[in-house]
Design a binder for this molecule. Sequence first.
Ligand code: SAH
Ligand code: SF4
Ligand code: F3S
Length: 494
Amino acid sequence: MTLIPELTILQPADKEQIDLPRTSEEELAVGKKRLYIESYGCQMNFADSEIVAAVMRNAGFATTATAEDADVIFLNTCAIRDNAEQKVRNRLKHLTGLKRQKPELLVGMLGCMAERLKTKLLEEEKVVDIVAGPDAYRDIPKLVEEAESGQKAVNVFLSREETYADISPIRLNSNGVTAFVSIMRGCDNMCSFCVVPFTRGRERSRDPHSIVREAQDLFDRGYREVTLLGQNVDSYKWVLGARSEERGEESASETPHSSLPAPNTTTFAHLLEMVALIHPDLRVRFSTSHPKDITDDVLHTMARYDNICNYIHLPAQSGNSRVLKLMNRTYDRPWYIGKIDRIREILGEDCGISTDMISGFCTETEDEHQESLSLMDYVHYDYAYMFAYSERPGTLAAKKYADDIPEDVKKRRLNEIIARQLAHSSERNQRHIGQVQRVLIEGPSKRSDDFLCGRNDQNKMVVFPRGNHQKGEYVHVLVTECTSATLRGDVVNE
Ligand code: SAH
Ligand code: SF4
Ligand code: F3S
């Protein structure tokens, strides 16, 4: 993979990839209106598009694989960095051309950029007819109707309760083996660089039984892996019987002076266990863990169940305590290192660990940047998502600190971080050479139909000759070689 500043590398699933315009559950579109959805940003946005597809199906729309065929086009957008928004603006230019040829075409902007810019989007981008924020997806059919009657339609209301728990998502782009399941929405942390609390609203957890039902249903339909999604899964909390406005809020049922949850509270560790118990052949992954909140309970639960994958995404953002304070991450370097040590103690050296790193945050000095590199040396991450700091309007950092690191310095520091990570990824992958790994087959490898690929426990992609194997099966692969991104080997009988 090439080193492109501002793009992440070595990642298990590209956070800023564009949704390929294909659907596995494409419906017969005869007589129906057609919807085309393109998703940007994180896995939660991709999961949201599947909810939108379900809402639109109930309103009589079939999904289509090509923008040119569609009556309605939705872009489910991301606002995390400026370049994420620029990507969408460029796409809108193309859609403007499409709409010229087909004036009745409706274009909707969904997701975080829609929420951030609200009606400003309608002023700035004439091609846009509909603007819907992440909590307004139930309202989308009504917004489409309004737009069909020639008005611009907007709903950017953020809810404290919406979790879409009762909506059964239509799996778009699915390999039929792995699926994402949202367990919570929003974020109550105020990391100073981050736009997410403004675009996704307050944190709220989804009813655990609806999560288990969704995962069970996926298993019954042949899926073999679920990834539980939240911005901070460790603060997942469901209080039985609490009024919805109390759910997830501290005092409601916590025993005073105790950090133990009350008996009627479902924590993330409980939830993990509930999902793991569905079936030993259903793999459970989760993302994202927050260093301030991840508990020993979660780590012990992971250790207890073979089908909870041995992989933790634990973003550090920086290796320097002063910068972490400015970032409002609420932990410092020693605390983060303590969490890494606990992971290694409880789950062993082989547990996969990945991070997010930001280069060139406000006032970061060379020495402080070196501390990010030395933290990487301490942990030896398996993967990393790496970014140059991009100031986001309205965030705490944008209000309080000058974005004072020149772009070329940010890029140079980012490239140093990327180079260090490449070396660590290669090293960590080499550990697997000579080992037999259990792999869940996801489908043909990208390069050749003669090879299949799937992930091992630690979330690493493993490629091997097809033989008579099928996607959805588990196989044991003896790893014989690796790059910094992939393991290769041959299936062996175990
Ligand atoms: N909830 C997750 C992160 C979600 S955003 C967590 O707390 O770890 C994904 C990543 O984007 C962040 O971890 C951070 O590394 C990066 N990011 C967020 N805002 C950014 C900004 N303004 N500039 C550069 N990178 C940013
Ligand atoms: Fe953003 Fe911080 Fe929330 Fe992650 S935890 S989404 S970085 S505010
Ligand atoms: Fe982007 Fe929103 Fe996700 S800003 S990273 S799509 S939560």
